[in-house]
Design a protein around this ligand. Structure first.
Ligand code: SF4
Ligand code: SF4
Length: 116
């Protein structure tokens, strides 16, 4: 689920609000905010489209973990999904092509809810 917006990195482009399929994000005076965290599907689209690596989505689709912003900022996780998906400046780097494995928890959950 979407946990953190590092507003100091944000360029106010609004792309994260546009791409979110479930309206988790909203803009207030061009600044994105988390309006409905429990609507998050953990699809990582907001991370993928954020060119400033401003957002952190925790891979757990079930609950919020409230990680320390300082820890996440120092962890190297910001921008990891965009980079490892081979987007933007990473498009020509064969080492970073796809990281959709991070959605495994989402798919596992969906499978567990299918009728037997
Ligand atoms: S996509 Fe990133 S830079 Fe653009 S408004 Fe959202 S958080 Fe800010
Ligand atoms: S991870 Fe997906 S559903 Fe969650 S806030 Fe980002 S774009 Fe929206």
């Amino acid at each position: 689920m979407l946990e953190i917006i590092f507003t100091d990195r944000c360029n106010q482009c609004g792309d994260c609000v546009t791409v979110c399929p479930t309206n988790v994000l909203a803009l207030t005076e061009r600044q994105p905010r988390i309006a409905d965290p429990f609507a998050c599907q953990t699809c990582f689209m907001c991370e993928l489209y954020c060119s400033e690596d401003t957002l952190y989505v925790h891979p757990d689709p079930e609950r919020l973990h409230h990680p320390s912003p300082a820890h996440i900022a120092a962890s190297g996780l910001l921008g990891q999904y965009r980079r490892d998906s081979g987007w933007d400046e990473w498009a020509q780097d064969p080492a970073h092509q796809n990281e959709h494995w991070r959605m495994d928890a989402v798919f596992t959950l969906a499978r567990s809810r299918l009728p037997a």
